[in-house]
Design a binder for this molecule. Structure first.
Ligand code: G3P
Ligand code: MG
Length: 262
């Protein structure tokens, strides 16, 4: 369970839970990950940032204000400060006590159960490329936990990807982790294809508005999967499935299963 090669064998569109089962549970928390696993998703998408003491943690915003009872920048708080925060109550009183997971805790929770799309937030990119840069820590952790076959790394900051490849070649690891550029602005199909080729991307993760049947087809013809975000509308899910999309990143995995079954 949780191996991307196994998902590739399925003949249907992949269900990817955006920030866990975030439509019904507080995003990027263990509650949302457990619920996504119970909903039998193929993959869970998460967001990672670095704390002040440079620990990768699972949170979407670069500030704490929206999804916790704390304030200010994640990068200005230590892990012990972050661990004191409540990351569940903002969503519902029944989720009080949920905390911000570290990336390691999240990976240990899901290991052997489901695959994971780790989105590295662009704010964490450091042009100085320190030895403990976020992309290095992600690669090291995945290797240490033996989870390479379950992980897909994405980012809007495409400069992370050559560094991920370099980390693998420095370690003499022939097969680099799977990677996927995220895109939110329109680019030509030619540009997108060249980008994916240049980065040796496993998949392309565009905003829903950028997806066309022709783009899916062009990428597919070149061995590249298309996995857009964030689709919660049943009609649109159905349309994308009919267009032959590889996967859909959604806050509502149960809704997507309903669409897939009909
Ligand atoms: O990875 C897909 C999606 O999560 C990208 O946007 O802002 O929700 O992280 P965002
Ligand atoms: Mg994300």
């Amino acid at each position: 369970m949780g191996n991307i090669k196994d998902i590739e064998q399925t003949k249907r569109t992949w269900v990817v839970a955006h920030r866990g089962f975030s439509g019904q549970y507080p995003e990027n928390t263990c509650a949302a990950f457990e619920a996504a696993i119970i909903a039998k998703v193929d993959m869970i998408e998460i967001d990672v940032c670095l704390t002040r003491d440079r620990i990768p943690v699972v949170i979407h915003d670069h500030t704490l204000d929206r999804t916790t009872d704390g304030t200010g920048l994640v990068s200005e708080r230590s892990l012990s400060e972050i661990k004191k925060l409540d990351a569940g109550s903002w969503f519902g009183a029944e989720f009080k006590g949920e905390t911000i997971p570290t990336l390691e805790e999240m990976l240990l929770l899901i290991r052997g159960r489901v695959s994971v799309n780790i989105e590295i937030k662009p704010e964490c990119f450091e042009s100085s490329a320190p030895a403990d840069a976020i992309e290095v820590q992600v690669c090291e952790l995945v290797k240490q936990l033996g989870m390479a076959d379950s992980v897909l790394i994405s980012s809007f900051q495409h400069s992370f990807f050559p560094r991920i490849k370099k980390w693998h070649s420095d370690q003499n690891i022939t097969a680099s982790l799977r990677t996927a550029p995220l895109e939110e602005v329109h680019q030509s199909e030619e540009y997108t294809l060249n980008l994916c080729r240049k980065l040796n991307a496993y998949s392309f993760h565009p905003d829903d508005n950028l997806v066309t049947p022709s783009l899916i087809k062009k990428l597919k013809a070149n061995g590249i999967k298309t996995i857009p975000y964030t689709i919660n509308d049943e009609k649109r899910m159905k349309q994308l499935i009919d267009w032959g999309i590889t996967g859909i990143i959604t806050n509502e995995p149960e809704r997507m299963w309903k669409v897939l079954r009909t």
